[in-house]
Design a protein around this ligand. Structure first.
Ligand code: TYD
Length: 204
């Protein structure tokens, strides 16, 4: 089983992922929690290039290709082997982030970015994708309060960029209604987790 979490900055997805991992482990399931961009040493190195605040001159397609390259390594080195041995894989972001950020918000086109990503995915698609829906101002406000979190290059985008990201996720939900489920990230962490657990239980 492969579950991915998506959502804007400060939507609370990391906390929810941790809780889900704990709940599944307590039921005796093998769980692997990972993230994108990153998840393997090579992918993490690519991540640092993409998110480096000095790389403001990065071309949008370079950005999309780097995310896809990082993903390819992640799929082959970590995700696919874990799924093959029956481990439940939970990833903090996956291909839908590329579709929403690069395809939608950067304007490269969702279909084109999906086509580019087919090389990286090699057919490894999530069984369930949970999108944390939240107004960008609310999310960014939460990040600013959280002093421990690094502010990366993508965080520095204008609010209108983050609005486009959100709209793009809602478009993706229409494109993949079976796979992508939306959760209102304004709800309390307990309520959010309850909804997640309902969705995951259906898969178990
Ligand atoms: P990160 O600090 O992991 O963000 P968050 O804590 O919000 O998940 O930074 C990842 C950033 O990269 C985030 O702004 C989303 C963006 N991103 C893309 O633009 N495309 C992608 O394919 C992925 C995986 C992430």
């Amino acid at each position: 089983m492969f579950i991915t979490f998506e959502g804007g900055e400060g939507s609370g997805k990391s906390t929810a992922i941790e809780r889900l991992g704990e709940r599944l482990s307590s039921l005796g399931k093998r769980v692997l929690i990972t993230r994108e961009p990153g998840g393997t040493p090579i992918s993490e190195e690519i991540r640092s290039i993409i998110l480096d605040r000095k790389n403001t001159g990065m071309d949008p397609w370079t950005e999309a290709l780097l995310y896809a390259a990082s993903r390819r390594q992640h799929v082959k080195e970590k995700i696919e082997p874990a799924l093959k041995e029956g481990t439940i894989v939970i990833s903090d972001r996956y291909v839908d982030s590329s579709l929403a950020y690069q395809g939608g918000a950067r304007g490269l086109g969702i279909e084109k970015v999906l086509a580019l990503n087919q090389f990286a995915l090699d057919g490894v698609m999530p069984d369930l994708t949970i999108f944390f829906d939240l107004a960008p101002e609310t999310g960014l406000g939460r990040i600013r309060k959280n002093q421990e979190r690094e502010v990366n290059r993508l965080d520095l985008e204008r609010i209108s960029f983050h609005e486009k990201v959100r709209e793009s996720f809602l478009v993706l939900k229409e494109m993949f209604p079976e796979r992508i489920k939306v959760i209102d990230a304004n709800l309390s962490p307990d309520k959010v987790f309850e909804e997640i657990w309902n969705l995951v239980s259906l898969l178990l």
